[in-house]
Design a protein around this ligand. Sequence first.
Ligand SMILES: Nc1ncnc2c1ncn2[C@@H]1O[C@H](COP(=O)(O)OP(=O)(O)O)[C@@H](O)[C@H]1O
Ligand SMILES: [Mg+2]
Length: 249
Amino acid sequence: MIQLSQISKTFNKGRSNQVNAVNGINLNISAGEFVVIVGSNGSGKSTLLNLIAGSIYADTGSINIDDNDVTKLPDYKRSKWIARVFQNPLSGTAPDLSIIDNFRLAAIRTKPKGLSIGIDEKFKQKVREQIAALNMGLETKLDQPMGTLSGGQRQALTLLMSVTDTCKILLLDEPTAALDPRSADMVMRTADNLIKQFGLTAILITHNLKDAYNYGTRLIQMSEGAVIHNLNTDEKLQITQNVLFEWFS
Ligand SMILES: Nc1ncnc2c1ncn2[C@@H]1O[C@H](COP(=O)(O)OP(=O)(O)O)[C@@H](O)[C@H]1O
Ligand SMILES: [Mg+2]
């Protein structure tokens, strides 16, 4: 589904503050894989996700998504396949708009121009059912402004609305880092369920080693712009959580 070959990215090339953020990464992610990436700050994790999303371009190498060469394709043209969720629960939604209007906006964003999002009541009912499945009691509050919800509730809804009909890939950059532990658990379970339900190919960046151990079908550690550990499901099952902690000591 996602093939990175010899991908490199250097910021501020030739200047004193030059950073080799990503150094010749080769990565082959199959459809339906859930890749978890860990690594210390500055190891190039977010840069890698930005390269896949197309919000920045690689200096060298190529990126294929679903057998299309997207190396030079801008992010807005990749966004019909790729959904992204970031650390800040405020960044994904409009706080003054209601829950249902946020879902409308998200649905419109990925539809070709001029196409309607369906009969209003039908759309509302679909969203209501999706939200009810989260078991947060929010299905009765569709007209409440998004900004009145807790960070965890917003992040769960952001996840839900980011996964549209055309979405194949979900990129999550520390989606739970700003949340309390209970909300973080709820958001992780929501993400895992969505990935399974829609058969998404997903990449999660996290600093939570417990989540890194418990979720995902592949575990990657990055350091200094390179992949230094890359475990598939079988290999992951053979390590204990302590081994993961030792990677960082
Ligand atoms: N737009 C940018 N301009 C300059 N340097 C950047 C930019 N984005 C990231 N970097 C640098 O690249 C390195 C990797 O950053 P990043 O990918 O954000 O790391 P991580 O997500 O693993 O913490 C860091 O040294 C960071 O300061
Ligand atoms: Mg980062």
